[in-house]
Design a protein around this ligand. Structure first.
Ligand SMILES: C[S@@+](CC[C@H](N)C(=O)[O-])C[C@H]1O[C@@H](n2cnc3c(N)ncnc32)[C@H](O)[C@@H]1O
Length: 323
C-alpha cells in the first residue's frame, strides 16, 4: 500500500523546512533552548524543530483555535516540551511574559494562511468555492469579511483593495460593491467574486489569473489585521532574543516581506551619527542578517509543493545585547 507522506496533515508540507532548521540550529544547541513558532498552523515546522533539537522547549502560537487543536494532537509525543497558546502573534510580548519566558533562543514566523484555512470551503477564504464571506483566522473574533464588504465606506474599501491587494482597479471594484450591496447584502464568496469580475475591464480580465485573487487577499489582510499583528510581533520577537538567538521569517506577499525587511535592516545598521572618530557602542547594530536579500524556495521544492511559490525567507541573529 502506498502511504501519503503527509497523511493526517491535510497534505500540508512545511515550507523551506531544511533551510529553517539550518538557520535556527546554531541558536538551539544550548542545554535547554526555547524556540517560538509564532504561526503554529498544522505544526509541521514545530514537529521538525522538536525532533531535530531534542533539548528544546517550543512555544507554539496560533490565532486559529483549529490549528491549536490539531497541533495539540499532532505534537502529543512531545507534550512535555511544548506550550501551545491560542493568541495573535501581535501579542507575543504578553504571551512570553505569561509563559514565564522573558528571553528566547529562536523565533519562526511562517506567515499567512494555512492549507486547511484555504481548503475548507466554509471558512470563506477561497474564491474558488461558494461559502459565507467569513475569512476569520480566529473564529472567535467579531469582524468578518461580510461585515467589511457590507459596511465599509467606498474610500475605506478602495484603500484596502489598493494597499493590501495592490488592485489597480480598486475604485471600480469598491464602487460596484457599494452599488450591489445597496440592492442586496453581499454574503457569499461566489457573489463577491462575480462582482469583482464585473468591475474589472474585460481586456484585463483575460490576463493574470482570477481577478478576485487580489480582492480576497486584501479582505483577508483587513479582517485579520495581519500587517498590524506583524508590525507588533517582529520587534517583540527581536527584543526577546538572547545573544546568539535567531529569527527566521517566511512571508508570502510583498507587504509582509517589506515589513520584515524594514524591521531587520533597522536593527542591523550602525546608527552612529556620521563623522565620529570612533563608533559609539550604543549605536552598534544588535543584529546581523543571515540572508542576503530574500531567499526563495528551490526549483525542486516548488515542483513538490506549489504553495511554496510565493515564499520569501529572511533571517537575522542577535550579536549584541543592551548594556
Ligand atoms: C502558513 S500557516 C503555518 C504553517 C505551519 N508552519 C506548519 O508547518 O504547519 C500560518 C498560520 O499562522 C496563523 N496566523 C496568521 N496570522 C497570525 C497571527 N497574527 N497570530 C497568530 N497566528 C497567526 C494562521 O492561523 C495559520 O494557521
Amino acid at each position: 500500500m502506498e502511504m501519503d507522506d503527509n497523511a493526517g496533515t491535510g497534505g500540508h508540507v512545511p515550507v523551506m523546512l531544511e533551510r529553517v532548521l539550518e538557520l535556527l540550529g546554531p541558536a538551539l544547541s544550548g542545554p535547554r533552548p526555547v524556540v517560538v513558532d509564532a504561526n503554529l498552523g498544522l505544526g509541521g515546522h514545530s514537529e521538525a524543530l522538536l525532533a531535530a533539537y531534542p533539548a528544546s522547549h517550543l512555544i507554539g502560537i496560533d490565532r486559529d483555535p483549529f490549528a491549536i487543536d490539531f497541533s495539540t494532537r499532532r505534537l502529543s509525543p512531545y507534550a512535555e516540551r511544548i506550550t501551545l497558546v491560542h493568541a495573535s502573534s501581535g501579542d507575543l510580548a504578553e504571551v512570553l511574559a505569561r509563559t514565564g519566558h522573558t528571553t528566547v533562543d529562536g523565533v519562526l514566523f511562517d506567515l499567512g494562511v494555512s492549507s486547511p484555512q484555504l481548503d475548507e470551503a466554509e471558512r470563506g477564504f477561497a474564491y474558488s468555492y461558494d461559502a459565507p464571506l467569513d475569512m476569520r483566522m480566529d473564529t472567535q473574533q467579531e469582524l468578518t469579511a461580510e461585515r467589511v464588504v457590507n459596511t465599509y465606506s467606498a474610500a475605506e474599501l478602495t484603500r484596502i483593495l489598493r494597499d493590501y491587494g495592490e488592485e489597480r482597479f480598486a475604485p471600480r471594484v469598491a464602487g460596484l460593491i457599494i452599488k450591489e450591496r445597496a440592492k442586496e447584502a453581499i454574503t457569499s464568496t461566489k457573489r463577491l467574486a462575480e462582482i469583482v469580475r464585473d468591475a474589472i475591464p474585460a481586456a484585463t480580465r483575460r490576463t493574470g489569473g482570477n481577478p478576485a485573487k487580489r480582492t480576497f487577499q486584501a479582505l483577508r489582510i483587513e479582517v485579520n489585521a495581519e500587517l498590524s499583528a506583524l508590525e507588533a510581533a517582529l520587534p517583540a520577537a527581536l527584543d526577546a532574543l538572547t545573544l546568539g538567538g535567531r529569527v527566521v521569517v517566511l512571508s508570502y506577499h510583498s507587504l509582509e516581506d517589506r515589513l520584515t525587511k524594514q524591521a531587520l535592516t533597522a536593527r542591523t545598521r550602525d546608527t552612529s551619527p556620521p563623522g565620529l572618530p570612533v563608533p559609539l557602542p550604543a549605536h552598534q547594530p544588535r543584529f546581523r542578517l543571515l540572508t542576503r536579500g530574500a531567499e526563495l524556495p528551490s526549483e525542486e521544492e516548488l515542483a513538490r509543493n506549489p504553495r511554496a511559490a510565493s515564499a520569501r525567507l529572511r533571517a537575522a541573529e542577535r550579536i549584541r545585547v543592551d548594556d
